[in-house]
Design a protein around this ligand. Sequence first.
Ligand code: SAM
Length: 280
Amino acid sequence: MLVEKTKEIIGHFNFKFNKSFGQNFLINEEVLEETVENMNLNQNNCVIEIGAGIGTLTQEMAKNCKRVVAIEIDDKLIPVLEETLGDYSNVKIIHKDVLKVDFKNLIEEEGLENVKISANLPYYLTTPIITKIFNEKPGIESLTLMIQKEVGERIMAAPNTDGYGVISTLVQYYAEVEMVCSVPPSSFIPQPRVDSVVINITIRKEPKVKVLDEALFFRIIKTSFSMRRKTLWNVLKQTGLKEDKLTEAFEISGIDPKRRGETLSLEEFGRLSDEVKKRS
Ligand code: SAM
């Protein structure tokens, strides 16, 4: 049983959980199986795992793919991983803060192909790491993430709902997201206070919307969400565009300037940012 095995390893190494690293180790076999099954791994896939812990997820993936590169920040866990993963010749452990990893370099240096990322992520790392990966665009196939339920809902949120924000637009622009399963707190040692979910993020071949200027498109989105209470007219005034040009941009894109950014779909943000671009 995974729970006993985990307790045995923790006891054997006299491991003390480090709260600041958000350590909640998975002990639910069903969730483990479902997560790995949904990654659809084959012998051509390489996996980058973020936060290997004691190697529970790592081992399951290593059995089903070509290679796993497992990144772990906690030096106390490195000897544990060396033992639990000792029999897997296709696993490499990297002792590093994942926020300092350049994913493109890592993939190149390690010669990784058909790369999928997986992680049971600590809460503090979720938004920074997703943002980092989507900004770096390292050329991966998918991300399978175990995250706090509320963050999962934000990633999947539709316009005009509470959770809709920059992270929803960023992920949905580049990828398709699907829910894999719910994960109750009892699935971890120690138990977190919140519910979790597993989501699968599959990178699209082309972004969901074609835009003239991606940087401008995301700048408008970010400003809209940082000024949630303001109308789009006030948001777009920040672009420095003259009022007559701004009026034209709204008219031609067919978007009411009195609307708020949080009501716009990706297509609408795209239309509006294209009309702004043409007049800038
Ligand atoms: N994958 C294991 C599992 O499912 O049982 C552990 C998951 S635990 C929620 C998160 C892991 O990420 C911990 O092992 C923690 O030490 C590690 N971690 C936290 N911050 C990290 C960082 N910045 N870089 C790399 N690993 C990190």
